[in-house]
Design a protein around this ligand. Structure first.
Ligand code: DGL
Length: 278
């Protein structure tokens, strides 16, 4: 398959598929390459330097495949690596390529989903400690109070395909309870990690009906559509053949089994060894 001129979609593992699914539904005409760095996932507890280097490896690999545009469908990478890549790498090494994240488009609209003005943000330790959501939401909705909760066990549950098993209930309840203890007026819980929507059936069992649980798939897909409409110089470079290719740094057979369930369609991925040539 000719993957040239595809939009690259990157995540540390399976989580980005929740965003990719929404993007592919909204913009089915483009070619896409999804890359999951499953061999090095989760990223959530790694240092800034490590997340930056891992993310840059994956972005550069997607550039090598011919992607002029890469979406970091990962909050941890968006929080810890995006700005450095945009400011220190692209202008010097890839002036015509673009990398976009998921935090800003989410922060731009999240205020529309609360009436009490109190939002809960659930993310990895990396995302929470970066305080990116506090800063970005404050830019667009300075009157909104944001309460954060890190959920370090949630990504491992998803990566190990244990997210719907009975054992997941304990950790789902634990972090939701911890968040809601911070403020009893929270009426919108943002799932600020692209893995978390896979836990929604369990999250809905614990979160009161009065609270809205918000994933990022639709938000990021809408924002990408808007970006492409505003940037004809980018759309001109993208091929319209509705092709999708999947790559993983982990085991492709395991990836296909899990990812097909998450993505809702059969997937045949290929393995990439990012250590080659290093
Ligand atoms: N999907 C990534 C995110 O949105 C998970 C990060 C991880 O690998 O821990 O943050």
């Amino acid at each position: 398959m000719n993957d040239k001129n595809a939009i690259g979609v990157f995540d540390s593992g399976y989580g980005g598929l929740t965003v990719f699914k929404a993007i592919a539904e909204k913009l089915p005409e483009y070619n896409y390459i999804y890359f999951g760095d499953n061999a090095r996932s989760p990223y959530g507890d790694h240092s800034f330097e490590t997340v930056y280097h891992y993310t840059l490896d994956c972005v550069e690999w997607l550039f090598e495949q011919g992607c002029p545009l890469v979406i970091l469908a990962c909050n941890t990478a968006s929080a810890k690596a995006l700005r450095s890549i945009q400011q220190n790498v692209l202008p010097y090494n890839y002036p015509n390529r673009r990398v976009l994240g998921v935090i800003r488009p989410t922060a731009e609209v999240v205020g529309q989903y609360t009436e009490t003005g109190k939002i809960g943000v659930m993310g990895t330790r990396g995302t929470v400690n970066s305080e990116s959501y506090l800063m970005e939401i404050n830019k667009f909705f300075p009157e909104i109070e944001v309460h954060q909760q890190s959920c370090p066990m949630w990504v491992p549950l998803v990566e190990n395909n244990e997210h719907l098993a009975p054992g997941a209930d304990y950790f789902v309840k634990k972090y939701i309870d911890q968040l809601l203890e911070k403020n009893d007026q929270i009426d919108c819980v943002l799932l600020a990690c692209t893995h978390y929507p896979l836990l929604i059936p369990k999250i809905n069992n614990v979160v009161p009906n009065s609270i809205r649980v918000l994933g990022q798939g639709e938000i990021v897909a809408d924002s990408l559509k808007d970006y492409l409409e505003r940037h004809p110089e980018m759309t001109r470079q993208l091929e319209l053949a509705s092709k999708k290719a999947f790559y993983t740094s982990g085991d492709p057979k395991t990836f296909d089994e899990h990812a097909s369930v998450f993505f809702g369609a059969d997937i045949a991925s290929m393995h990439v060894d990012l250590t080659k040539g290093k």
